[in-house]
Design a protein around this ligand. Structure first.
Ligand code: PAF
Length: 294
C-alpha cells in the first residue's frame, strides 16, 4: 500500500491510475479504524479498481468544547488495517494539504440548511458545514468515481449526497450498512470512551431503536408516540437523550401517512459518551393497506 501526505504525493500516485482508465473509490475517515471502516473499504473494492482511504481528523467539524483534541488517533494501527484490507493508497494529509491557507484563510462551505439544520445540526451547530467543507476538499483532491460512507452517520450520508448532487460532482455515493457488535452496539471510534458498565448498557440504544422502528412501521403508527416511548425508555435507563426521531429516510422530513421508507434516529449520552445510531423502518405497503394512503 502506498501513502501520501501532501497534495503532490497524492496526485503523483493517482495520475497513472487515471491514465490507465482505472476507476477510483474514496473512503473518507478520521482514522481510528474499526470493522465498520473496513466494511467501507471492502465496498470500495467492489466498486472500483483502486481504493484511497483518507485519514484526517478534521478540525472544522468539531464545535468549541467538543472532543477534537481527545479524538482517538492511531495512525500506525490504521495503516496496518488498511494494508490487510488491500487498500491501494492511504492519504494521511497534513493540515497544509487540506487547508493550505490555514483555517482563517479557508473557504468554508455551508451545508444545505433544511437537511443540516435538524437533529445533529441542532445539537452540533456548524458540524455539517465542517463535514461538507472537508469532504468537498477530499473529493477535489482525489477526484474519485465513487465515495463511500457508512449509514451509521445517516444524516451525514444524506448531507454529503445532497452536496454532491447540488455541486455537480461526477461521482456516485455508495452507502454501506452499519456494522454492529454481536449485542447490537453500532461500531464507533467513540465506543472506546465507554467504561465497562457503560459498555454493557450501551447496547440499549440499538435495542430501543429497533423496537421503535418496528412500531413506526406498523399500519397507522403514531410516530410522535413512538418517539416519546423510545425517549422515555432511554431516560428511565439513565441516558441523557439529545433526540429520538422518526423521519422519512429520503430527506429526514417529518413522515406523512403515505410514507413507507422511514428511519428512526437517535443521539444520547451513555455516561460521558455521546452515541448516535439509527435503524430503518418500513411503513405499511399502501397498496396492501389502502387506508394508509392520505
Ligand atoms: O464520518 C467521518 O469520519 C467524518 O465525518 C468524515 C466524513 C471523514 C469527514 O471528516
Amino acid at each position: 500500500m502506498r501513502q501520501a501526505r501532501t497534495r503532490e504525493q497524492l496526485w503523483s500516485q493517482i495520475r497513472p491510475w487515471r491514465a490507465a482508465g482505472q476507476r477510483i473509490a474514496l473512503v473518507p475517515t478520521m482514522g481510528n479504524l474499526h470493522d465498520g471502516h473496513l466494511a467501507l473499504v471492502e465496498a470500495a473494492r467492489r466498486h472500483a479498481d483502486r481504493v484511497i482511504t483518507s485519514l484526517y481528523v478534521n478540525p472544522t467539524q468539531f464545535g468549541a468544547g467538543e472532543d477534537f483534541a481527545r479524538y482517538p488517533r492511531t495512525p500506525e494501527d490504521d495503516l496496518q488495517h488498511l494494508r490487510a484490507a488491500r487498500c491501494d493508497l492511504a492519504f494521511v494529509p497534513d493540515d497544509a494539504a487540506i487547508y493550505p491557507l490555514g483555517l482563517d484563510g479557508a473557504t468554508l462551505l455551508r451545508a444545505a440548511p433544511a437537511l443540516a439544520g435538524i437533529l445533529e445540526g441542532v445539537v452540533r451547530p456548524g458540524h455539517f458545514d465542517g463535514v461538507v467543507t472537508v469532504v468537498a476538499r477530499l473529493l477535489n483532491l482525489c477526484a474519485p468515481d465513487f465515495a463511500v460512507f457508512g449509514e451509521k452517520d445517516y444524516q451525514q450520508l444524506l448531507v454529503v449526497r445532497r452536496m454532491v448532487e447540488d455541486l455537480g460532482y461526477p461521482l456516485r455515493i455508495v452507502p454501506v450498512p452499519t456494522v454492529r457488535e454481536p449485542d447490537g452496539l453500532a461500531l464507533s471510534s467513540r465506543n472506546r470512551f465507554l467504561g465497562a458498565s457503560e459498555r454493557t448498557a450501551a447496547n440499549r440504544l440499538s435495542a430501543v431503536l429497533r423496537d421503535a422502528a418496528d412500531q413506526a412501521g406498523q399500519d397507522g403508527a403514531d410516530h410522535r408516540e413512538v418517539e416519546r416511548v423510545a425517549l422515555e425508555r432511554l431516560q428511565q435507563e439513565g441516558w441523557r437523550v439529545d433526540y429520538v426521531a422518526v423521519r422519512r429516510a429520503l430527506d429526514l422530513g417529518e413522515p406523512g401517512r403515505g410514507d413507507r421508507d422511514l428511519r428512526v434516529l437517535a443521539a444520547a449520552w451513555c455516561g460521558q459518551t455521546r452515541l448516535i445510531d439509527n435503524c430503518p423502518a418500513s411503513g405499511p405497503d399502501p397498496a396492501a393497506h389502502p387506508t394508509a394512503q392520505a
